[in-house]
Write a protein that binds this ligand. Structure first.
Ligand code: SF4
Ligand code: SF4
Length: 95
């Protein structure tokens, strides 16, 4: 994917944070991020345990898939993932 010209921040200033109660693991963020920040995989046990009962049911229905940000320090704060996420599950915060 080409690098988006609107990525004005240096990397390492902002990073994406995922709301695990909302994320359904459908990987729009993986598709749109020009810096390959995201991976979608099975939710860690500790993160799953922190969900509410309703969120656990929803997560199991999506085979416990969720997005992680192993390369968060590469984020340039372009906002493409925030716009693309159908569940409104991504926030950009100061790193
Ligand atoms: S686009 Fe949103 S709902 Fe989909 S995997 Fe990424 S964070 Fe989760
Ligand atoms: S704002 Fe989102 S899409 Fe843009 S570089 Fe950061 S993680 Fe990737």
């Amino acid at each position: 994917m080409p690098i988006d010209a609107s990525c004005k921040q240096d990397h390492g200033v902002f990073k994406p944070v995922i709301d695990r109660g909302r994320c359904e693991g459908k990987a729009k963020c993986v598709e749109v991020c020009p810096y390959d920040v995201f991976d979608v995989r099975r939710m860690d046990d500790a993160d799953f345990a922190a969900l509410s009962l309703l969120q656990k049911v929803k997560s199991v229905a999506h085979r416990r898939k969720t997005a992680y940000t192993p390369r968060a320090d590469a984020c340039h704060a372009c906002g493409l993932c925030v716009k693309a996420c159908p569940e409104d599950a991504i926030r950009l915060v100061r790193a």
